[in-house]
Design a protein around this ligand. Structure first.
Ligand code: TYM
Length: 329
């Protein structure tokens, strides 16, 4: 059976890009494969300097993952810091990736530039090594992600191939899987930049917990383009293309087909808002129900952790054996 792994950071609220680019596909994939999904709080630490934030965000994110439809009976949802093997294999991965390779990561360049006046941790730089550990620990064949994570999956493949070459066949080589529409949801106010949790002005970001009037307002104010015709052209009309992509992802069709139904920007905006509100309503309801029962949420997390650790510990031991560390037994 195909093994799938993908993770999300507990930094800020989950937005439409996370949902359409990743979470939705995690849910649709859970009955076809053996799926593992991590809340990667160690990764969040690369940009967190205050106490008592990551834990609360982790619990809320767990509620959101079940609210969007991950079924705890089939999907393994775990918390990264609860499984020590991630840190342990992370170090081994740091020794398997080069400084030069890490220097080429666009996410590091973007994030460190944005944090120009702030503390840039070494962890932000070595982040892809820990991400490689997340993936390789579970022998994942497929990693369902948004477009922005492709480079991190590529470097994971390179690391795995290098490790296997150095120390003998140990890791499964994974591949990235991105959705046909929604792989790169753009900011409604700035349609040439991806929708992201880390922006100063979030008026172009739709959060999964936004209420209907907020969603309507954000779509109404979405930046479109100077001409007035509705066609799907990412280069020439990025604002309209983004709306078409969101609406078609929410209604399970293609942006080209959706474009045929509209002649005016205003109608496209209100239809997009309406479709997104309808898509999010049941998720919001489930989220609030789940979050109100902390004990049950913790039970689900423990259950996922147990399953995840059973797999991760075997893979870590295999990697340690391949390297030939002196056994402690
Ligand atoms: P993160 O937490 O930033 O995002 C979680 C998922 O959401 C996708 N995504 C988007 N998709 C489409 N349009 C957007 N605007 C958009 N913004 C975010 C991301 O591609 C991702 O799939 N490094 C990862 C977390 C991670 C991970 C892993 C992922 C750690 N270890 C192992 C896969 C496998 C990250 O920061 O995702």
């Amino acid at each position: 059976m195909t093994r799938v792994l993908s993770c999300i950071q507990p930094t800020g609220d989950v937005h439409l890009g996370n949902y359409l680019g990743a979470l939705r596909n995690w849910v649709s994939g859970q009955d076809k494969a053996d799926v593992f999904h991590g809340i990667v709080d160690l990764h969040a630490l690369t940009v967190t300097e205050k106490s008592d934030i990551i834990g609360a965000n982790t619990l809320q994110l767990a509620a959101m993952l079940f609210a969007v439809g991950l079924n705890p009976d089939v999907a393994t949802v775990f918390v990264q810091s609860h499984i020590a093997e991630h840190s342990q294999l992370g170090w081994i991965m740091e020794c398997t990736v080069s400084f030069g390779e890490l220097s080429r990561m666009t996410q590091f360049k973007d994030k460190s530039a944005k944090r120009e006046a702030e503390f840039v941790s070494a962890g932000l730089f070595t982040y892809p090594a820990l991400q490689a550990a997340d993936i390789l620990l579970y022998d994942a064949n497929e990693v369902p992600v948004g477009d922005d994570q492709r480079q991190h999956i590529e470097i994971t493949r390179d690391i795995a191939i290098r490790f296997n070459h150095r120390f003998g066949d140990t890791f499964v080589i994974p591949k990235a899987v991105t959705p046909t529409s929604g792989a790169r949801v753009m900011d409604l106010q700035n349609p040439t930049a991806k929708m992201s949790k880390s922006v100063d002005d979030d008026s172009g970001v739709i959060y999964l917990l936004d209420d209907p009037s907020k969603i309507e307002k954000k779509f109404k104010r979405a930046v479109t383009d100077s001409e007035t015709d509705v066609v799907f052209d990412r280069e020439r009309k990025p604002g309209v293309a983004n709306l078409l992509e969101i609406l078609s992802a929410a209604t399970n069709t293609t942006p080209q087909k959706t474009a045929e139904n509209y002649t005016r920007y205003g109608d496209l905006k209100s239809a997009s808002a309406e479709a997104v509100i309808a898509m999010l309503a049941p998720i919001q309801k489930r989220y609030h129900d789940l979050l109100s029962d902390r004990a049950e949420l913790m039970r689900l997390i423990h259950k996922g952790n147990e399953r995840a650790q059973a797999v991760a510990s075997v893979t870590l031991a295999r990697a340690q054996k391949s390297i030939g560390f002196l056994s402690s037994k």
